[in-house]
Design a protein around this ligand. Sequence first.
Ligand SMILES: [Ca+2]
Ligand SMILES: [Ca+2]
Ligand SMILES: [Ca+2]
Ligand SMILES: [Ca+2]
Length: 694
Amino acid sequence: MFYKKAGDDFGTGSGAGSYINRIEYLLIAVMGLYFPACVSPPPAFGNLTDNVKDWRDEIIYQVMIDRFADSDSSNDYNVNLSDPSAYHGGDWKGLISKLDYLQTLGITAIWISPVVRNVEEDAGFSSYHGYWAQDLTRTNPHFGDISALKELVDDAHARGIKVILDIVTNHVGQVFFYDINKNGVPDEFFIGQGGKIIPIGQEGDTSDLVRVTEWDPDFNINGIQAWTSLGPSGEAPVVFVHDPSIDRVPPYPPPLDKAYAYNRKGRVTVWTKPQVCGCESWGCPWNNKCRREQEVLGDFPGGLKDLDTTRQDVRNALFWSYSRWVDIADFDAFRIDTLKHVEPEFFDDFCHRMRQHLAARGKHNFFMFGEAFDGDDNLLGSYTKGQGVDSVFYFSQYYTVFRGALMGDGQRTCEIERLHCRRLGCISDPCGEGGAIASVYGDQGKTGGVTDGDTGDPLNSRQVAVNFISNHDVGRLLFFMPGTWSETTKRKTLHLALAYMMTEDGIPCLYYGVEQEFSGGNDPANRETMWDPASYTKQVWKDGRWQDARRTYDSDQDGLDDTVWLPFDTGNPTFKFIQKLIRIRKDHEALRRGNFTVRWSTRTADGPDKGIFAFERTYHDQTMLIVMNLSLKGESETRSNAVSMSVNFSPGQVLTDLLDPGSMFTVTDKGCEAGNGCLDVKVPARGIRILSLE
Ligand SMILES: [Ca+2]
Ligand SMILES: [Ca+2]
Ligand SMILES: [Ca+2]
Ligand SMILES: [Ca+2]
C-alpha cells in the first residue's frame, strides 16, 4: 500500500480494465459536451424502453443483493456467512433465479442495492451493502459483470417487473485521510491545549486532550486544519490511499480523484454532540443553520468522504456516471441515497438533466425518489419542490404510524390524520388543537416527470410518497414490538401495518424478508441472508438452555404448527397475506390511484371508537373504505356519542370485507351528517377491514 497526495500524478488509479470508460469519458470531456440532451448515445447502447404506465400502480420490493440469493460461486471471494458485516455471496444471477418467487408474491418493481465497485473493506467491515463507492463506472465484482446485470433487467422486464437502481450522489467510500500532522501516513493522536500533538501511548493526563483520527476527524466549518510542532499550519493535506488489493484507490471518474472535489470538513458530529449547534438535546429544527451546515458539508459516518456537489465538474461526473447505467441496462428509476446531506439545488440540476437525457433516448416516467432519513415533514417536503426528485420516502409516516401509534396501545389516531394533513392539507387540525394545516409538500409535477396513466397529467410528490414499514437502515418491525406481546399480537400488528401500507395512497415498498417474518434488529442484524436456514430459526428453551430451533407455522389452520419454515417459503401466513393484499390492490384501481379522505380518527385512547382510523380511496366511480383498529384492548366501532361515520356510499348499499368475505355492512341514512351514507363498522383489536361493493 502507498499513499497518494492529491494532485500527484499517477493516472486515474482506477486499475486495469477501465480504458473503455476512460476513452468514452475523455471523448465527451474533450468535446466539451458533458451529455446535454442533444448528444447522440454511443452505439454500444441498446434502446431504452417505457415500462411504467403510472408509478402508483407499482409495488416495490427492496433487495440487498449480497443477502438475497447466490447463484454464482465464481464471485464468492472474501465471503463469510457467519460474519454479519462480511460479504455473504449473493449476486445478480441469484436474483434472476428468484424472479419466479417474486412474481408469485406479486410485486412489480425491484429496488436493488448499489451496483458500482466499492472499497472492499474498511476497519474490519466489508462493503457488502454497496454504499462505499470507489468507481462509479464499473460493477461490483461480487455481484456480477455488466452482462449479468443486463440479463437481470431484461428478465425482469420480460415479466413486467421494473428495476430500480440505488445511487449515491453525496459521498464515496473512505478513500483518503486528512494528514493533520503532515507526515504522509494516517495517524491517531491527541491534540492538547495550545495545539500540541501527543502520540497515543504517551498522553499521560488526557483530561484536556482531544482525540483525533486522521481518517475521520470531527467537523470543522473552516476545513480540517493541520498542526505541526509549531502550532496551526493551514488546511490539512488530503492524502488518497493506493491499495489495489482491497480496491482502495482514488475514485473514478475524474475529478473524484482530486482533493478539490470534496468539502473536506470532517465528520458530522451534530448527531452525537447536538450542543455544538446550541441544541440542548437532539431536536434541532431542520433549518437550524449549524445543523444543516454539518449535514450538507460533513463526511458521512464511517468516514465516507463528502463530495462538493456545488461544483459543476463534480455534478457532471455524477450525471455522466449514473445516466450511463440507465443507457446500458435500461433501469426504470433511481432510489437516491442520503438526500438530506446534499443541497436541494443539486437535485434540481441532476434530476432535470436526467429527465431530458432519458426522454431523448425514448424513456419517460423515469421515477426518482430519495432518502431523507428524517421525521420532519418540513425537511422532507423541501425536497419535493422545484425540479428535483419526484418523491421521497415517507419517513415521517414511518415514525408516526409504524414506530409510533402501532407500537403503543390505542393512542389517539388523530396524530395519523394530522400526518396526512401535512402532506395533503386540512381545513382544521384533526386533534382539535389548532386551525388549518397547510401542506408542506410540493404540489407541482416536474417538467418531463412522472405522469398519471390515464390522463398523462404530471403527478406531484403528494401523490407518490414512497411508503415503507422497514428498510435496510432500521430494525425490522417485529423487532421493535414489545416482548410482552404474544406471537399472535405481533403477527396481527405486522399484518395491520402491511394492509395499511397496501391500501393508503402512494407507492408501497416492501423490504425483502418481511414476507418471511424476519425480525432482525438494527444494522447489520436486519440484513438477514434469505437462503440461509439459520435466518429461519427462533430461540427455544430446551434441556436447560436457550437453543436455535427451526421456525414452524400452522398451514391447515387447526391451531397447531405442522410445517417447518423453509427458505423462500411461499406457504407461510405472512407470505400469503401479502400475496392477498397485492391481489386486492391490483384488482382495485381506487386503491392504487384514488384520492385519500380520512373518515374517522380518534382524539382519545378510550371510548367505543378507541384506536379507529378509517379512510376512503376514490377513483372515478370506485370507492374503497378501509377501517383499522389500532387498539390492543378489544373491539372498536366507527361510532361514538351516538354519531356514526359518514361515507361516500348510498343508504342500502352493502359493503363486503375483502379480507373476511363473511363480514358485510349495510349503509344507512341514520346517525351521521344529513345527506350522507352512514356506517357502523366493528373491527377486532389490531384488525383491519378493506370494504368494497362486490
Ligand atoms: Ca455469489
Ligand atoms: Ca499523518
Ligand atoms: Ca454533502
Ligand atoms: Ca396445523
